[in-house]
Design a protein around this ligand. Structure first.
Ligand SMILES: [Zn+2]
Length: 409
């Protein structure tokens, strides 16, 4: 295949847009705050009513009420009841869709694993968001949102602007410990891939967060661990408080705040690390996590899997946005194989050094793994075949950029 042909296929396969979510804090007036709370409560009730209807229909007549049925019933209800039509239909449909997805998730889990977890009725405090799946019935102008049921325009604190070419797709209003936020999902065109030669392999680890094939490391986040310790202290304090006491309420708020802080610090660290990689390199090779999950299992895995998965999802959308090529490779035996001669050198988990008896290479275990990951991407030094690496990368990229990603607050 000619180089031109290979590049053509690559450009066709590359995703042309990525959907990112921009989360902003809302600045509601007192009246708007009350309206937000009232809408949330009405959507909680709608969710519970729709769930009850589904359960009843199945118990009494063994029929399955679908999203389509319920959204038709919603239209009729809106005709009869002026209170029902006080909110945009798209907002109410989004709530029904959410229940529908809870059902679909339930059936998927029934098929795959033992703990299906049937959709639950949501009590107060267990329902904290509502939104619009499609942008109808809501408008945004000059950092202000308007929709039926919300008195006047709702101000947003735009702490960083959205790209000018972003097309809004959907939005979700969420209540948290500090008040209300809105997550705006926008479609953003991605640039074409950078044609640079700064390549790197990344090995995700436990003691250090990641080792890079050029010898650099991304340290693990100490601050997050400290925050976790605070969280545990707060949780213990909560456990000691008497049920229904005033102190218990306070302790519960403290736990929530600690938890939010932990999540935020962790995410910040992952954001900074992934942003730096995307800035400093044109091609990034990383292990494909779903394969790794099968290949290795250890106690620490569960703890780290979540932040690794988050890190890779951050890398995916940041790479797509910047035109950096991200290649996900099979991680099996990356720590066992020699990155110089390819011979398998078995190691125990505690062996921190890779010492090859065949070619004499002696390097840090994680560095050896990072170099193997880079080798597998087919873009390492000595193999600068641009067309070849494009062919390998393109499939991964288009797949990864289609997914919906959440950006930092
Ligand atoms: Zn060797």
């Amino acid at each position: 295949m000619s180089l031109a042909r290979a590049m053509l296929i690559e450009s066709q396969r590359q995703a042309i847009s990525v959907i990112l979510t921009y989360r902003y804090r809302l600045l509601p007036t007192k009246r708007q705050y009350r309206a937000l709370e009232a809408i949330l409560e009405s959507q909680r009730q709608l969710y519970n009513a729709a769930l009850e209807e589904r359960i009843d229909a199945y118990r009494k007549a063994h029929v399955t009420r679908t999203y389509f049925d319920q959204s038709k019933a919603l239209t009729e209800w809106r005709h009869e009841d002026p209170e029902a039509s006080a909110l945009p239909v798209a907002l109410q449909r989004a709530t029904l869709k959410r229940l529908d997805e809870a059902y679909k998730g339930f059936f998927r889990r029934v098929k795959s694993s033992g703990k299906p977890g049937f959709p639950r009725f949501r009590g107060k405090g267990w329902f904290d968001s509502f939104g619009f799946r499609e942008l109808s019935g809501i408008s945004m102008h000059a950092g202000k949102l308007r929709f039926k049921g919300m008195p006047r325009a709702l101000r947003i604190h735009v702490h960083r602007p959205m790209p000018a070419d972003a097309v809004l797709k959907s939005c979700v209003f969420r209540r948290d410990v500090k008040g209300w936020t809105v997550g705006l999902a926008a479609e953003i065109p991605t640039p074409s891939l950078r044609r640079g030669e700064r390549v790197v392999g990344v090995d995700l680890g436990i003691t250090t967060f990641a080792a890079l094939s050029d010898g650099a490391v991304i340290p693990s986040l100490k601050a997050a661990r400290l925050a976790e310790r605070h969280l545990r202290t707060a949780q213990r304090a909560l456990a000691r408080k008497k049920r229904g006491s005033r102190g218990r309420g306070k302790a519960r708020i403290a736990v929530r705040r600690c938890h939010a802080a932990t999540v935020r610090r962790r995410a910040n660290h992952l954001h900074q690390a992934s942003a730096r990689l995307v800035r400093d390199y044109d091609v990034i090779a990383i292990e494909a996590l779903q394969v790794r999950g099968l290949a290795r299992s250890s106690l620490a895995k569960d703890v780290h899997d979540a932040s690794w998965a988050k890190f890779i999802s951050f890398l995916r959308y940041k790479a797509a946005k910047a035109g950096t090529r991200l290649i996900e490779v099979d991680p099996r035996n990356t720590s066992q194989d020699c990155s110089d001669c390819g011979a398998r050198v078995p190691k125990e988990l505690g062996d921190r050094q890779h010492q090859c008896p065949h070619c004499g290479l002696s390097v840090d275990r994680d560095l050896n793994a990072a170099r193997n990951i880079l080798n597998r991407a087919g873009v390492g030094p000595g193999l600068r075949n641009v067309a070849g690496c494009g062919m390998r990368a393109s499939g991964n990229l288009s797949e990864s950029t289609r997914s919906r990603q959440e950006t930092s607050e």
